[in-house]
Design a protein around this ligand. Sequence first.
Ligand code: URA
Length: 196
Amino acid sequence: MKMTWEELEPACLQCRKCGLCETRTNVVFGVGNRNADVMFIGEGPGENEDLQGEPFVGRGGQLLDKMLAAVDLDRHTNIFIANIVKCRPPKNRDPEAKEQDACLPWLRNQVALVRPKIIVCLGRVAAMKLIKPDMKITKEHGEFYERNGVLMMATLHPAALLRNPNNKPAAFEDFLKLRKKLDELHLAPAPGDLPF
Ligand code: URA
């Protein structure tokens, strides 16, 4: 059953549905505008996110913020950011299928409340879970997929871009495609955009 934000957040912060609760410092619920047109969904918290309770606050997060800013998006104003799993997997390993499945109802409730028009998956784990299990992110990033009236796209994970900066221009193209789509649909206007 769908919960309101006021019900959802405190319930999620106390979650013990999988073993990741044993090692977490904080549940990383998500950040941003709860009425955003666009949601970004990552894989799971890393060390900094676990300590601060906010998604994408480490080096990858700084890169993400820069790429967002380049297309007039900002984590506090016109997007919402969350993860497939809300607690840090030990040693930053990939979240296991059963951890993803245990956590997914929280994300589904968030999506039901935000009602984004576009969802951007950051990296392979989110893309395979949310868009299609056989997603080939190196080939299929930047493509839009329609799912029940919502457009979904995957882009390369910021941490992967830090490991391989050669891929930064390709990821930036994805962000430009996103901005173009938003403009076509008159969504997430840039701060200075006036209605007439
Ligand atoms: N990587 C992710 O996928 N999510 C975060 O919140 C931080 C790093």
